[in-house]
Design a binder for this molecule. Structure first.
Ligand code: NAP
Length: 246
């Protein structure tokens, strides 16, 4: 019988999600690595987790679709029999000044970053309520805390995640399910890879710790919030930003 904790990481195939998947595997978790389109990247993460001696499966699914979010949880239950940890990490940006922002760019970012997280939480609640335990961790952003010009869509979605986190922390506390958010600053992934060298330099100058974050910096905080030791922490927003948000 499988007795290790089971974690679902949405967008677990690349960047921060990849690092989170590996960090949770190192903690002894079995992993469901969700991806949208890059199957090869997801398979590589599953392979890396197997090398760590843990079980993992890659599951394709678009979190914007409620049925696909439910199918993700069903796949985890079918394979591992339980779900202990959900990390809502899948996210996209479609930056642009609000005056010129298309309906599609507004909607895609809200659908992926905000609605997708809600659909996954709704689907995972039944097994967690039955187990009377669970850890839900939302990957928000400093943009959702402070705002960022050119990111009205993204900041709205990430701020929405924080409100959702606090509401659900209250709703689920009586069943020992904790809900927390992490607000990363600038983390070195493909998402920030589009920034030019001069932009990176300008951003770095504003970060007290003097460097961009690494995916592993975020993953370590997720691993802690997912751990049994973090059982008395709920409804919180933890900045992982090198001091940028001070
Ligand atoms: P990334 O490298 O672009 O990776 C995004 C991941 O999300 C990929 O695994 C992608 O899957 C998945 N994804 C995208 N749309 C999806 C959908 N509809 N359904 C399921 N999966 C989907 O991004 P990242 O930098 O690691 O960011 C991860 C999270 O951290 C995001 O929520 C982002 O907003 C947040 N964040 C990032 C930063 C930063 O500086 N990088 C800062 C603050 C917050 P495929 O590989 O299949 O496309």
């Amino acid at each position: 019988m499988n007795t290790s904790r089971v974690a679902i990481v949405t967008g677990g195939s690349r960047g921060i999600g990849r690092a989170i998947s590996l960090a949770l595997a190192r903690q002894g978790c079995s992993l469901v690595v969700n991806y949208q389109s890059n199957e090869q990247a997801a398979r590589q993460v599953v392979q890396a987790i197997a090398t760590l001696g843990q079980r993992a499966m890659a599951v394709q699914g678009d979190v914007r679709e409620p049925q696909q979010a439910s199918a993700l949880v069903e796949a985890a239950l079918a394979e591992f029999g339980r779900v202990d940890i959900l990390v809502n990490n899948a996210g996209v940006t479609r930056d642009g000044l609000s005056m010129r922002m298309s309906d599609a760019d507004w909607q895609t970012v809200l659908d992926t970053n905000l609605s997708g997280a809600f659909y996954c939480i709704r689907a995972v609640q039944r097994p967690m309520l039955r187990q009377r335990s669970g850890r839900i961790i939302q990957i928000s952003s400093i943009s959702g805390v402070r705002g960022n010009a050119g990111q009205a869509n993204y900041a709205a979605a990430k701020a929405g995640l924080i409100g959702m986190t606090k509401a659900l922390a209250r709703e689920l506390a009586s069943r020992s399910i904790t809900v927390n958010a992490i607000a990363p600053g600038f983390i070195d992934t493909e998402m920030t890879g589009a920034l030019g060298a001069d932009q990176v330099q300008r951003v770095t100058e504003q970060i007290p710790l003097g460097r961009l974050g690494r995916p592993e910096d975020v993953a370590a905080a997720v691993a802690f919030l997912a751990s049994p030791e973090a059982g008395y922490i709920t409804g919180q927003v933890l900045g992982i930003d090198g001091g940028l948000g001070i």
